[in-house]
Design a protein around this ligand. Structure first.
Ligand code: B3K
Ligand code: ZN
Length: 870
């Protein structure tokens, strides 16, 4: 596919003030008539006499300019675009096209999902609905009329407010919606179906009542309550924390089974993957509940950060995504435990975005070029983008940050703007010079910060060095502006005053490649530095911590991130001794068990945090810290360590299992924390039992009991996974019973597939082949594909990297099949091969051979990813 470059940006030559769409839904096809009120853009620097519109997979039935019908050669129709030469300064263009939602398996544009019609337009799906300037800087007012059979599609929805509806001949009906807010076409949405509705309302700060309507299939009506509660909390929070009030009289959310990602923030009509909106304790795990809360909030927050103020071009994607992720993370922190939320967010960033930034797909938060923009909805744009906003929040302080965000929303309301515009507001309000800071947007790669320290002249001297390794297409790196929050702890773990004011925490700003910071601390021994507190910058920090220092940090640091980071460093060090130095797993137990025991002793203070501290890093995370990547060695080391800790601490784990048992389900955060910790304890015991150690019968009885009479899905699925992953007695019958019980619940069945695709070991490849052949497997259902292929490739290294290459062959076959159905999903899954160049040679050769075979027939989406990886 051709390359699009940021430097080629030109303002649009034409504007579309009003878009009147008429969508006629029939069996077998849909007819879309679009009446566009077009005028020349006075700010456009090109003055072409021709209008160029985007359009893909459209069958043009008629075209007219100001009621004058056009035929070829009045226009030119080429792949992907329609050119109309000789148009006046201002005119109405009317086009009529036929499209085929039934056969649309790419799930972009207008398509069908379980008997309903829905749309997905971001980034470039609207061009599959009608001819249009499909770019985010063309904002248009939309009026949409939908016609369909009344019995099959009683509900007809679009953006904005309903303005008209009525019956039509032949049992059909229509509805017209008008959206008063001009918007880019990527925010257009339409839904037609027979859906159940949960209705509520929200009174805004200024006293307007907003009708809240959440729609799902009738059978799922009882799973919408949590999303509704989350939505109302998000609406109130955005008023309080960002001063943002909702602007329409209706806010609608529709749950859809077939969806390429989590959800979409279409103006006034969000469309959600069922997995991100439906929740019920019997069918949804606690993690699922948290995800619903955060995604509902995220999409709602886009109403301001994204919709009212949108992106000038797709290079600016992080303007809305990074900012909105920051907003949803802050929301989740306020609704739940701030420390735990922060650790979860950092864990995700470090173990998923850092590898992206260090691999073949590395790109700046504001990329400078792309082939398919779909491939740039990445963790870098979202998660690292959020960290960049967070650093600005930290640099300005909460109050100035709020003033700057108010300025941003006010100044750019109704406009399509850039990341520079955002930062300019931060600078204007604070008086800070952020020109160096802005390199965070344009420079790819994870900076490595190396700290060293010494005592001299009665001062603690901390030297920080920064270096960003080269990334594809960007070999020279400039120093970044890196805020490092820190404290210094004495032997007892008490934070030392850092200066005369008595402050025990400070932020130093690293700007040069090397700088030394001095602290006149009153101590005679080198203290334990608590560095990068709160994960104050998205960098990889190196410091030669001594084991005793890490234990001090874990036990005493008041910063939640640093406590967790200390635990992680202890685990990684133990694993490195096994993997690199050939030490025995058993030899690590003497050092680790007292540390874990201490965390367990104090677990009652915050069970959720204890669960995080007691969780070993994943095989993927460990693999990423060893070169070359030897997945089998990593798997063996982790399994041995987990089983060893399970056995050595069995009494403590059992105590937790018993003490944390709750007779009946509760939904609050405290209960969730306890369940989480209990699952960790069961995980260790199961690992030991799987290795033939500990009281296996007792454990199996415990798990069976949880499966027979579960209080909620968290317990039920946790018990199932423990049995299946450790191949304990009763695993296969439990799987069969679970499938029998849940066969009609698609989201639960996704979990059933995922549990099996993540059983460690090479044998799982054959099992996964069987899953693909299962009656309930559907290639056209992205959630199901992710449940089998995605989890195996990304979450099961010992199967994916099976020594005989069978995992790679499985992967390549799946990609090939999928690419013909849904190229976006295929390309996304292909990223599972991004560690190719880090693999030990025998594996790398097999994987690259499997991928090379795919390249000739690959879609543009898949080709871009394969080319970067190969
Ligand atoms: N903005 C959408 C993502 C669209 C992805 C298109 N390939 C959801 C979100 O980030 O809120
Ligand atoms: Zn978003």
């Amino acid at each position: 596919a051709p390359v699009t470059r940021l430097t080629d940006y030109r303002p649009p030559a034409w504007l579309v003030d009003h878009t009147r769409l008429d969508v006629d839904l029939r069996d077998g096809h849909a007819t879309v008539t679009a009446e566009l009120t077009v005028r020349r853009n006075p700010a456009g620097d090109d003055r072409p006499g021709e209008l160029v519109l985007d359009g893909e997979h459209l069958e043009l039935l008629s075209l007219s300019v100001d009621d004058r019908p056009l035929g070829e050669p009045d226009y030119r129709l080429e792949e992907g675009r329609l050119t109309v030469p000789g148009v006046p300064e201002q005119f109405t263009l009317t086009s009529k096209v036929r499209i085929h939602p039934e056969s649309n398996t790419a799930l972009e544009g207008l398509y069908r999902s379980n008997g309903m019609y829905c749309t997905q337009c971001e980034a470039e799906g609207f061009r599959r609905i009608t001819f249009f300037p499909d770019r985010p800087d063309v904002l248009s007012r939309f009026t949409t009329t939908i016609h369909a059979d009344r019995a099959a599609y009683p509900l007809l929805l679009s953006n904005g407010n309903p303005v008209d509806s009525g019956d039509e001949e032949g049992g059909r009906h229509f509805a017209t919606w008008d959206d008063p807010f001009p918007k880019p076409c990527y925010l257009f949405a339409l839904v037609a179906g027979d859906l159940a509705c949960l209705e509520d309302s929200f009174r805004t700060a200024s006293g307007r009542d907003v009708a809240l309507r959440l729609y799902a299939e009738h059978r799922d009506l009882d799973k919408l309550g949590h999303a509704m509660d989350s939505l109302k909390r998000a609406m109130a929070w955005d008023e309080q924390v960002f001063g943002r009030e909702y602007d329409l009289d209706i806010f609608q959310v529709v749950a859809v089974s077939h969806f390429n990602m989590g959800a979409m923030e279409n103006k006034g009509l969000n469309i959600f993957n069922t997995s991100c909106v439906l929740a019920h304790p019997a069918t949804t795990t606690d993690a699922g509940f948290e995800r619903v809360e955060s995604v509902v909030a995220h999409e709602y927050f886009h109403n301001w950060s994204g919709n009212r103020v949108t992106c000038r071009d797709w290079f600016q994607l992080s303007l809305k995504e990074g900012f909105t992720v920051f907003r949803d993370q802050e929301f989740s922190s306020d609704m739940n435990s701030r420390a735990v939320t922060r650790v979860e967010n950092v864990d995700f960033l470090v173990n998923h975005q850092f590898p992206e930034d260090q691999g073949p797909m590395a790109h700046p938060v504001r990329p400078s070029e792309y082939q398919k923009i779909d491939n740039f909805y990445t963790l870098t744009v979202y998660e690292k983008g959020s960290e960049i906003v967070r650093m600005q929040h930290e640099l300005l302080g909460a109050e100035d940050f709020r003033r700057a965000s108010d300025l941003y929303f006010e100044r750019f309301d109704g406009q399509a703007v850039t990341c520079d515009d955002f930062v300019a507001c931060m600078e204007e309000v604070s008086g800070l010079d952020l020109s160096q800071f802005k390199r965070w947007y344009s420079q790819a790669g994870t900076p490595l910060v190396t700290a060293s320290d010494r005592f001299a002249d009665g001062e603690y001297q901390l030297t920080l060095r920064q270096e960003t390794p080269p990334t594809p297409g960007q070999s020279d790196k400039q120093p970044l502006m890196i805020p490092v929050k820190l404290a210094l702890l004495d032997d007892q773990g008490r934070a030392l005053p850092l200066d005369d004011s008595g402050a025990t925490e400070t932020v130093v700003i690293l700007r040069d490649s090397e700088q030394t910071f001095r602290f006149p601390v009153a101590t005679d021994r080198i203290p334990t530095p608590s560095l990068l507190r709160g994960f104050s910058a998205p960098v990889s920090l190196r410091y030669p911590f001594k084991e005793a220092q890490l234990i001090t940090l874990l036990a005493h640091d008041s910063d939640g991130f640093c406590r967790w980071d200390a635990a992680q460093r202890l685990y990684f060090a133990a694993l490195a001794r096994i993997i690199d130095d050939g030490e025995d797993a058993a030899a690590q137990l003497d050092r680790l068990t007292p540390v874990l025991e201490q965390v367990i002793q104090r677990a009652g203070e915050d069970p959720a945090e204890a669960a995080l501290l007691l969780t070993l890093p994943t095989e993927t995370a460990v693999g990423d810290r060893h070169t070359p990547l030897r997945p089998q060695a990593v798997h063996d080391a982790l399994s041995a360590l987990r089983a060893g800790l399970g056995e050595a601490l069995a009494a403590s784990w059992w105590r937790l299992v018993e003490e944390l048992a709750e007779p009946e389900y509760r939904a609050d955060g405290e209960a969730m924390g306890k369940r989480r910790l209990r699952q960790v304890a069961l995980g260790y015991l199961s690992a030991a039992a799987g290795a033939g150690r500990g009281d296996r019968d007792k454990l199996v009885a415990q798990l069976q009991g949880m499966l027979d009479a579960p209080t909620c899905m968290t317990e039920e699925l946790g018990a199932l996974r423990a049995l299946v992953h450790n191949q304990l007695p009763g695993a296969e019958p439990a799987l069969a019973a679970f499938a029998q019980r849940w066969r009609d619940e698609a989201l639960v069945m996704d979990q059933w597939f995922a549990v099996q695709a993540t059983v460690p070991g090479a044998d799982t490849v054959a099992r996964a082949e069987g899953l693909l052949a299962h009656d309930a497997f559907e290639w056209t259902l992205p959630n199901r594909v992710r449940a089998v292929v995605g989890t195996l490739v990304n979450g099961n290294p010992s199967a994916f990297h099976a020594p005989d290459g069978s995992g790679y062959a499985f992967f390549a076959r799946a990609l090939k099949k999928l690419d013909g159905i849904n190229p976006q999903i295929a390309a996304r899954l292909a990223n599972g091969a991004a560690r190719l160049q880090r693999l030990e040679p025998a594996l790398a050769e097999q994987l690259s051979a499997a991928l090379r075979e795919l390249r000739p027939a690959a879609s543009a989406n898949l080709a871009e990813v394969l080319d970067r990886i190969l």
